[in-house]
Design a protein around this ligand. Structure first.
Ligand SMILES: O=C(O)CCC(=O)C(=O)O
Ligand SMILES: [Fe+2]
Length: 198
């Protein structure tokens, strides 16, 4: 893609019952691979456990929370770490491009093809009824799958290195999203979802 055809603003992705927009390469202060390495080294990655049907299980990925407000997830209260300079810089850039304000970020690290995130909606009450969630990806491309909750509709988006996806409006109310495990060998991927928690 040449410099003059690559858009530098989010482009809408047509979808029913919600708002979705995508930018294939966010303008960043350093190359994607440099930011990826810094995130892998600087972030306090944890292999969290969650309760599934009353049984404790390891999440199939590493994760970390940074931000200003505590957050509940899978019925557990998480106290975030304060933003690092890099995360604060990325937040400011993402706020500028999306026009939304954020005060927390959930980071997920998919170590290889066996890591995944189950289908869910980011619909916790503290996010409000129509949350804007900005998803920034570094590293290996994985396919982000959206499934409508009541209609037989599926949307698949390849989240490529340096891309930004904005979910907004009624999307979390009407759709679930997730990332499946794959069989083909995959390298590491880091995803940051910026959120505004009340
Ligand atoms: O890794 C992704 O692209 C999605 C992560 C996600 O859905 C979440 O953190 O809520
Ligand atoms: Fe999510």
């Amino acid at each position: 893609m040449d410099l003059f055809s690559a858009p530098d603003t989010l482009q809408p992705i047509p979808i029913d019952d919600g708002e979705l927009s995508f930018l294939s390469q966010l303008a960043l202060p350093a190359p994607n691979d440099v930011i990826l390495q810094r995130l892998l080294e600087e972030i306090d990655w944890k292999e969290e456990t969650i309760f599934v049907w009353g049984k404790e299980q390891k999440q199939p990925r590493l994760s970390a929370w940074y931000g200003e407000a505590a957050y509940t997830y899978s019925r557990r209260l998480f106290t975030p770490l304060p933003f690092t300079p890099l995360l604060a810089e990325l937040k400011t850039i993402v706020e500028g491009v999306t026009g939304h304000r954020f005060n927390s970020v959930l980071l997920n690290c998919y170590r290889n093809e066996r890591d995944s995130v189950g289908f869910h909606s980011d619909d916790e009450p503290e996010l409000g009824p129509t949350p804007a969630i900005a998803s920034l990806t570094f590293g290996t491309t994985r396919t982000f799958i959206l499934k409508h909750k009541t209609l037989p509709k599926t949307v698949k988006i390849d989240l490529t290195d340096g891309s930004l996806l904005l979910m907004a409006g009624m999307l979390q109310r009407h759709w679930k999203h997730g990332i499946n495990k794959e069989t083909k060998e995959r390298g590491v991927r880091v995803n940051l979802t910026f959120r505004l928690i009340a």
